[in-house]
Design a protein around this ligand. Structure first.
Ligand code: TPP
Ligand code: MG
Length: 548
């Protein structure tokens, strides 16, 4: 016989769980006591449940294995909701375990009691209240299976305190050996035929391609057949963006050089596309044909209705297409290559701009120089995300972690902390706006306590810049979006982190290098000048790219 909470921990150990991120409440104390005896699972105590959820999700994003987080009932569980949505939309396997008052008898009326299982419904793939210790092995296994199955996402188990204290003589159920299904032979043949017959095919690499080791085989496809490619924000780095056939990133919604390159195609090979991302292109009747290559069938939308679908493991599909296809002499990529030459010239603009506060183009260029190829940047949400997605060339998969799905502020720092935990030997930088950073800045304490090596770069404009940019673009007056910040250097120091301030444009790069080379948690306060954002991103780029 084992206590239910011990059995729960054993079931998590059987799934290979290494960490549980979170904040226990009194309803989790049996669970916590069982966890204290685990030799395999470490508790990562955070200062807010949302940060724990972001960390668990990012762990899942990197490893493909479910990241686990913990909270109490009611307020702890509501704090996890944003992180659940982040994992769910972003395709990251993540499990939330929440406590609950006893379910067999009332202890304190309805104090703190919410229907957490119901609340989690719209933001998870699976949500369940455990009502008997004997259900633990099957429900834990089921939750992991569902979280990790394509498309990965969030799951939730509620463990009430009276159930945690029950006994069971059951054992954890081991995971079965299972492989992802592969595409049907005729679908591969149809895809090969379409690509061979096309005049100017183009590859669009999206979210799903950044999950499952497709990098090698997609790079081979591009190298062997010379087909140009585009990345979406969540597809960054799957193929080296320094490649001669890279046509750009779909950071802006329309009117950029990358859209001109896509318009030059009569067939779009859309790999791993997920409609949660802003569309990299808009389909229209009579326009280019679309070949949807993914784990799951395409969710149809007025702007997305692919004619051909190749459904199954992406790497396997690409490998088989590659194997059966031959280079066609009628393929013509000249228009795309012309667009690319203009694109590359435009991207390098402003990279050495010496004005201060720093211009975003310069910040992106300097971060790129400071970061090694396998270095990981973790972006929060703000207007700089567009600049980084567009101008920062990622050369390896999962080296630019940004959230183009829920696009929640506050994830930059926690995701960088999780990146450091999964890849302790790699350089990690969180890039945040002053607004987004403050939404989870309390986690500096967690990072310092856990002796992490990370650099947090704050692009500081004393405002919610992204919304100001949209406000200007929509012709509204500049109103309601400015605030004051703490002294970020003193703020960092008060946590035992190391605070720095950028004093000139030339000072940014050497400071970033110094921080990356010095162990510890570094916070860099860098004033940024967004005054040209509207002109460049909304007008100049559109005009230039339209003139090619
Ligand atoms: C949790 C959350 N709240 C609000 C928003 C809407 N929003 C998107 S960007 C942004 C402003 C971001 O400001 P900051 O972090 O300072 O970055 P900046 O754009 O100024 O560089 C806001 C309010 C959001 N995406 N997420
Ligand atoms: Mg800001």
């Amino acid at each position: 016989m084992a206590k239910a909470s011990d059995l729960f921990i054993e079931a998590l150990e059987a799934e290979g769980v290494e960490y549980i991120f979170g904040i226990p409440g009194e309803e989790n104390l049996d669970f916590l006591d069982s966890l204290s005896r685990s030799k395999k699972i470490k508790l990562i105590l955070t200062r807010h449940e949302q940060a724990a959820g972001f960390m668990a999700s990012t762990y899942g994003r990197f490893t493909g294995k479910t990241g686990v987080c913990l909270s109490t009932l009611g307020p702890g569980a509501t704090n996890l909701v944003t992180a659940a949505a982040y994992a769910q939309l972003g395709g990251m396997p993540m499990m939330m375990i929440t406590g609950q008052k006893p379910i067999k008898k009332s202890k304190q009326g309805r104090f703190q009691i919410l229907d957490v299982v119901d609340m989690m419904g719209p933001v998870t793939k699976y949500t369940h209240q455990l009502v008997a210790a004997d259900n633990i092995p099957s429900k834990v296994r089921e939750a992991f299976r569902i979280a990790e199955e394509e498309k990965p996402g969030a799951v939730h188990l509620e463990l009430p305190e009276d159930i945690a204290d029950e006994e069971s003589d059951l054992r954890p159920i081991p995971a079965s050996l299972s492989r992802r299904p592969v595409a049907e032979k005729k679908a591969i043949a149809a895809a090969v035929c379409e690509i061979e017959q096309a005049k100017s095919p183009i590859l669009v690499i999206g979210a799903g391609a950044n999950r499952k080791q497709t990098s090698l085989v997609l790079s081979e496809l591009v190298n062997d057949f010379g087909i140009p490619f585009v990345t979406t924000q969540l597809g960054k780095g799957v193929i080296d963006e320094n490649h001669a056939l890279f046509m750009g990133n779909a950071a802006l919604s329309a009117g950029d050089f990358v859209h001109r390159a896509i318009e030059a195609a009569d067939l779009i090979l859309n790999v791993g596309h997920d409609v949660i991302e802003k569309p990299p292109f808009f389909m229209k009747n009579g326009g280019a044909k679309v070949l949807h290559i993914s784990f799951n069938t395409a969710e149809v939308d007025p702007v997305y209705f692919p004619q051909i679908e190749v459904i199954g493991d992406i790497a396997n599909s690409i490998w088989r297409i590659k194997d059966q296809m031959t280079i066609q002499h009628h393929w013509d990529f000249s228009r795309m290559m012309l667009v690319k030459s203009h694109h590359d010239k435009n991207i390098s603009k402003g990279a050495t701009d010496s004005r201060f506060p720093v211009y975003p183009q310069r910040a992106v260029a300097d971060v790129r120089i400071a970061m090694p190829d396998d270095g990981i940047i973790c972006l929060d949400n703000g207007v700089y995300k567009i600049w980084f997605a567009r101008n920062y060339r990622a050369s390896k998969e999962n080296t630019v972690l940004l959230d183009n799905a829920l696009a929640s502020m506050g994830a930059g720092l926690p995701s960088a902390m999780a990146a450091h935990m999964v890849h302790p030997d790699r350089k990690v930088m969180a890039i945040c706006g002053d607004g987004g950073f403050m939404m989870n800045s309390q986690e500096l304490e967690t990072a310092v306590r856990l002796n992490m090596n990370i650099v947090v770069l704050i692009l500081n404009d004393n405002s919610y810049g992204m919304i100001r940019w949209k406000q200007a673009n929509m012709g509204f007056k500049d109103w309601g979006l400015q605030y004051n910040n703490p002294d970020f250097v003193k703020y960092a120091d008060s946590y035992g982190a190391i605070g720095h301030r950028v004093e000139s444009a030339e000072g940014l790069l050497p400071l970033l290098k110094e921080c990356l080379d010095t162990p510890g948690v570094h916070l860099v306060d860098c004033s940024v000048d967004y005054s040209e954002n509207d002109e460049i991103l909304n007008h100049a780029i559109q005009k230039l790219s339209a003139s090619i």
